[in-house]
Design a protein around this ligand. Sequence first.
Ligand SMILES: Nc1ncnc2c1ncn2[C@@H]1O[C@H](COP(=O)(O)OP(=O)(O)O)[C@@H](O)[C@H]1O
Ligand SMILES: [Mg+2]
Length: 167
Amino acid sequence: MSILYRSRFNADTIGSVMIEIGDLLEGRVDNKRQLLNAVRELADNSLYHSGEGGGWCSVETIDNQLAITVQDRGEGIHQSLRRLYADIDERQALRFAFGGGVSVTGDPVRGLGLKLVLDYTQKGATLLLETGGVAFVGIDGKGQVIGKSTQRVEGVVATLCLPFPCC
Ligand SMILES: Nc1ncnc2c1ncn2[C@@H]1O[C@H](COP(=O)(O)OP(=O)(O)O)[C@@H](O)[C@H]1O
Ligand SMILES: [Mg+2]
């Protein structure tokens, strides 16, 4: 494994972080724009929903895979969506969050960000998002909630993995 990039971000720095990651990936991945769009959606969620105002982003190579991770140590998806659905459990919260059209903001045109990230996996990437005691795996545009045997994850950790044969 080698770490190509790691940086904190907040609302002031996310623009430059995205430019640096874009430069790093130039000529090395297909569908770069869609990938960056998915990463930005995840980062925006850390900025606006975590309660922490930001997080970390890293780019690593692991075997022949490129892994881009966006992480925050905020309240997590379950706590956030409990504002809308008081009785929701952790698994339901993830299903709602990825189903499209559910946003803690209550804005009817919001709530499509994580669905867009899942859609991006149709391009050959895989997604693993962990929050609280559950995880969501997305492959080929389809996703499912899985239980986790590891310890609870504070906030949200989302990793997009894609083949990275080059360089
Ligand atoms: N990093 C995060 N921390 C806390 N809650 C989150 C995070 N990411 C997503 N969520 C929850 O999942 C919901 C759906 O996210 P998303 O599909 O990106 O829609 P939107 O950002 O437009 O609300 C958010 O409204 C929020 O409740
Ligand atoms: Mg969003």
